[in-house]
Design a protein around this ligand. Structure first.
Ligand code: GLY
Length: 572
């Protein structure tokens, strides 16, 4: 790649974290120097899982597979991620135990202003914040996968993109998720001719099984395969993309695309009951919140507790972590954050002291600000290769089908990630997210995310997991990690009934039938409000390698049928 230096800059914030001793890309030994000799992929779509397997069978490693899977998901799961979006790719390189997060998060355009979504009365214009090109941040997907292929892969970017180009050219059948989420977004997709032509059939939501071919997307992917990432961010294609955005009311300039750079970030890394958790640092809120919650509960034998007390304690820990998320976290290049304090055991001890084991805390009784659900659609995949390299990647366009805007001839939807910023202090976003200063809009700034791709390492095993689900991502990953540490297999982590508390609104939200009527009554008696949702959430995909018997397992969330987890001997 010609402009690698331009594409990848190790941020000042990372350097400061290293100086502060918060983490290291040189992590602890994992207990084995030989790989499993088997490869595992779990993703939200069987065609993306097959793309990853194809690339590893062709000699690629987990990082090549991650590039192929990311590109394939962009084709077959356009509701959830794509070339017009971004994500976080957490990497573990077995040879030297390097752990790093490639941050391909979108950034606000240079012409963005803190009040760009406010109307003449100072109210947030929700329409502009979520629909159409003004809602779109500058995408990082292509920059990130090109960087991963160049720096960590064994195959070329062009080879890794082949399965996605083939899928875009030959088409893929509409599945339940495409269909269900398109019913929700079709009205907005119809406003933009390129999007409508590509993703609808004669302006209507396609039936299950309809083949969706994307020749424009195939051409864009082929251009990147042939000419590299700069063909996307500079020159003729960038001019055309910017012209399309501006013609539809957007504010992007060619300078925005030319300036886009991924960041390599040091993960948040901490120990919990003898395991090492490696997870997403800011601009994700996930790693900090996970560390806070696990530090708070660590002294308790959470696995053997009475179920009511267990749910209560987890809820109280979630409540406190989400409060801090709202107050403190944002883009590390723009916001000073007390990360060292937030993830320290001393700080957790103070928070723990404020928890009664028999009574819910009122969120109003905790000083601070508030937060609530965000981001409804996103995707996650986990990969382990024969040598023990791993990738956990969570990618997004924010709402299902992002902003629904597609510039003519480009083939991909733009994200509506600008809605992950707070458009106005105290004003809720599409999912009730209330604003705060640390996450205010500013030119070139990354919007706060909840995406939490994570690894767990122990003396006897290593694992990768993650999920989409907006602000619920963090608590899903938490429950998955606790289940893993309890000794259960990936099929159990991804299937667990889910519950969630995030400080505001002050309630425990549960999946249908997640709690028994007795458990709900007992929690209510302690002062909790319990709200059963009418649908499930999340789409978790995990892989596990146990060293002792060299057992590799993988699982995809049963909530969405297109997910696929496969373990194969390396030779297959
Ligand atoms: N857009 C969802 C997230 O990044 O949290």
């Amino acid at each position: 790649m010609k402009n690698l230096l331009h594409a990848a800059s190790v941020s000042l914030a990372v350097a400061m974290l290293l100086l502060a001793g918060l983490g290291s890309t040189q992590a602890q030994p994992v207990g084995t120097d030989t790989g499993p000799g088997q490869a595992a992929v779990a993703s939200a779509h069987y065609l993306a899982t097959e793309a990853g397997q194809e690339i590893m069978a062709a000699g690629g490693n987990a990082f090549d597979a991650a590039v192929a899977i990311s590109a394939a998901l962009a084709v077959v799961e356009p509701a959830s991620s794509g070339l017009g979006g971004g994500g976080f790719w957490l990497l573990h390189r077995a040879s030297d135990k390097l752990r790093v997060m490639v941050d391909g998060r979108e950034v606000a355009p240079l012409a963005a202003t803190a009040d760009m979504f406010l109307d003449a009365n100072g109210e947030v214009n929700r329409e502009l914040a979520v629909n159409g090109p003004l809602a779109a941040g500058i995408p990082g997907h292509i920059a990130a996968i090109a960087h991963i292929a160049e720096k960590y892969g064994q195959l070329t970017l062009a080879r890794n993109l082949q399965p996605a180009i083939r899928l875009a050219t030959q088409g893929f059948p509409v599945d339940e998720k495409y269909h269900a989420l398109m019913r929700y977004r079709a009205e907005v997709i119809r406003r933009w001719p390129a999007a409508s032509k590509t993703l609808l059939v004669a302006g209507e939501v396609p039936e299950l099984g309809t083949m969706i071919k994307q020749p424009d997307l195939a051409r864009t992917l082929q251009m990147v395969a042939t000419q590299g990432r700069d063909a996307f961010y500079r020159g003729e294609f960038a001019q055309h993309l910017v012209a399309g955005v501006r013609a539809a009311g957007g504010i992007w300039t060619e300078a925005d695309l030319a300036a886009y750079a991924i960041k390599e970030r040091v993960p948040i890394s901490f120990s919990y009951q003898g395991r090492q958790i490696v997870t997403a640092p800011p601009p994700s809120s996930g790693g900090v919140a996970l560390a806070e919650i696990l530090n708070i509960i660590e002294p308790y034998s959470i696995g053997s507790m009475d179920r009511t007390v267990q749910v209560h304690l987890l809820t109280e820990a979630m409540r406190r972590a989400y409060r801090d998320r709202g107050i403190y976290l944002g883009d590390p290049e723009f916001v000073d954050m007390p990360i060292r304090q937030l993830i320290s055991r001393d700080y957790a001890a103070g928070l723990r002291a404020s928890i009664r084991l028999d009574r819910a805390t009122d969120s109003d009784a905790l000083a601070g600000f508030q937060d609530s659900p965000k981001g409804m659609d996103t995707t996650h995949f986990s990969v382990l290769d024969k040598d023990g390299n791993m990738v956990a990647a969570t990618l997004t366009v924010n709402l299902p089908y992002g902003s629904a805007f597609m510039a003519p001839d480009t083939g991909f939807l733009l994200n509506n990630e600008m809605d992950d910023f707070s458009a106005k202090p105290g004003a809720p976003n599409a999912f009730g997210l209330l604003g705060f200063t640390a996450n205010a809009i500013a030119p070139g700034k990354r919007m706060l995310s909840s995406m939490t791709p994570s690894f767990v390492f122990g003396d006897d095993r290593q694992a990768a997991l993650g999920t989409p689900g907006g602000s619920r991502i963090i608590t899903m990953v938490l429950l998955g990690i606790l289940d893993m540490i309890a000794g259960n297999e990936p099929q159990s982590w991804v299937s667990l009934p889910r519950f969630h508390h995030q400080y505001r609104p002050d309630l425990i939200s549960i999946e249908p039938d997640a709690f028994s009527p007795e458990l709900i009554s007992q929690l209510q008696a302690m002062g909790h409000t319990v709200e059963a949702r009418d649908s499930t959430w999340g789409n978790m995909h995990g892989v596990l390698w146990k060293y002792a018997d060299n057992q590799v397992s993988a699982a995809s969330d049963p909530r969405w049928p297109s997910g696929r987890a496969v373990v194969k001997p390396a030779a297959d």
